[in-house]
Design a protein around this ligand. Sequence first.
Ligand code: UT7
Length: 334
Amino acid sequence: MNYINPSPIKAAITAVGAYVPEEKLTNAELEKMVDTNDDWIVVRTGIKERRILKDSSKGTSFMAIKAAEDLLSKRNLNPKEIDAVILASITPDMNVAATAAYVASEIGATNAFGYDLQAACSGFLYGMSNSSNMIASGRYKKVLLIGADKMSSIIDYSDRTTSIIFGDGAGAVLFEPSESGYGLEDEFLRSDGTGRTFLNIKGGGSLFPTSEETLKRGMHNLYQDGKTVFKYAVSEMANAIEQILKRNDINQEKISYLVPHQANKRIIDAIAKRIGLPDEKVMSNIEYYGNTTAATLPLLLKDYESKLSPGDRLVFAAFGGGFTWGAAYLTWTY
Ligand code: UT7
């Protein structure tokens, strides 16, 4: 069951920061790497280019730190005031040693604790739930939520089914107790573990520890049964959004923006059509970033930040590996 927050403290997003690498990987470049073409990629996915962190000495933390620093400087915030750092990612710097702890130290958040959250493309959405509940508990005043993924580190660039989709990036938001009365209003989160056969990295975990065999079979790379994931993504994201609309008595007219995970333009269009939302109310950046996994939602906020006003009603939705999915309703504060 999900309940509407009974706490008198409402958590609001009070600042946004972002970082994407300079280097672009265009469809024309991909044409030289795998058997694909610009037309197929644009028609089937809506993607024209993605950003890639080419420097192999840098991991996800590099982008997460940049996004956090962007937020701190915009807000003129002393990092020592931050209580917690949550990093949503499927590409931590290392499998063990929370990347969030390193990010917190590097940005000077020395009074914070940090941990990683792994829920694939729903990581940031689940993180919104964690962060806002920490604020609503009254124990914490400033929670920094970062979504960051160096997807290029887990992609096989000879596989045309995955290499064309993903890109690298990072986005960050600050959750604080709301002073305006606006903030996170409701959430509807779900998961279904039977979906793990369709989207995964099989190797390197406790089930298939890294071995010559797992490396030879490419089990350290991302695998996706695109067609199946597509089908579930459309129906479950749309269901979750409909639950949120019904429970909060909001309709298409009242929504200011849908903030959907950016996996495929056709998925986004199908959902918008099902709930009757016109294009101008749907945030989108897939054309130039591709699917940045946990970074897509905060990158959208950064791109649309200047268009938002206090009280705007935003409906977030995401779907990802696990399967994990859900929707959240947030009223904007600034
Ligand atoms: O973010 C986490 C959640 N992920 C998602 O939500 C992703 C969901 N899935 C998708 O976005 C889409 O399924 C893909 C973009 C991955 C694939 O698009 P599709 O329309 O489902 O294509 P398909 O897999 O059905 O393949 C259609 C055809 C096949 O050829 P045949 O069998 O019809 O001859 C593929 O071999 O297109 C072929 N194909 C390609 N052709 C050119 C597959 N990839 C490519 C490619 N370039 N890159």
